[in-house]
Write a protein of this length. Structure first.
Length: 177
């Protein structure tokens, strides 16, 4: 199933407030597949986040439906010595719009962008093991499982494994989606 008239584009300054609200709403759901947010980013951290997402090695695509921001996906460069060839991927869709192909489209836009960004040689992500829909999507996009961090997340009584996945090397240049 897919929703018609969804617009996908790189985040603009005018989208920033809506994106912050989107993330606030997402964490307010208290999903078992996401870590708790704690205090959330400060204004300075948000400013830095958007600045970085507009750099040469990082990007954030958003999905809009009838003027409402309903999804975001992209990659951020890992700002550590000797790891700058790697980016970390994040992907989220608003509750009412899930399982309608929007995550797949955001992933497609992101992976096509990384495929033509020569500095990126590795795309990595972490997903909780209790998120089969997300894992299915990442595998369809060519991500391989690299490891399992056993019992890495504890949410109250819920103890979760974290699955580490990545696309590496020449596979970055030929996205499967
Ligand atoms: C994960 C998420 C980003 C995916 O976006 P989405 O728009 O719902 O995903 P899509 O509709 O494009 O694709 C979902 C796929 O998972 C499949 N799927 C859904 N539930 C599944 C399940 N229980 N087991 C296996 N596959 C499942 C769907 O069939 C679909 O695959 P298909 O296109 O081959 O049929 C979205 O669901 C979301 O934001 N979830 C909450 C936050 C989250 O989990 N973020 C990711 C953290 S790593």
């Amino acid at each position: 199933m897919s929703v018609a008239n969804i617009e996908y584009h790189v985040v603009r300054s005018a989208d920033e407030a809506a994106y912050k609200q989107f993330m606030t709403d997402l964490f307010a759901e208290g999903l078992a597949v996401l870590p708790d947010r704690g205090m959330g980013p400060t204004d300075e951290q948000w400013t830095e986040f958007f600045k970085r997402r507009r750099s040469d090695h990082s990007v954030l695509f958003i999905a809009e439906h009838e003027g409402r921001l309903i999804g975001g996906g992209g990659v951020g460069r890992i700002e550590q010595p000797n790891r700058e060839h790697s980016v970390s991927l994040a992907l989220n869709v608003s509750k009412e719009y899930r399982n309608q192909g929007i995550g797949r489209m955001l992933l497609r836009h992101t992976l096509r962008w990384t495929s033509v960004t020569p500095a990126i040689e590795r795309i990595e992500l972490e997903v909780t093991a209790n998120n089969p829909g997300a894992i299915h999507l990442y595998q369809a996009a060519g991500f391989s499982v690299e490891g399992i961090k056993r019992g890495a997340l504890k949410k109250g009584d819920l103890v979760l494994d974290i699955v580490q996945m990545a696309i590496v090397g020449s596979s970055v240049r030929s996205p499967k989606l």
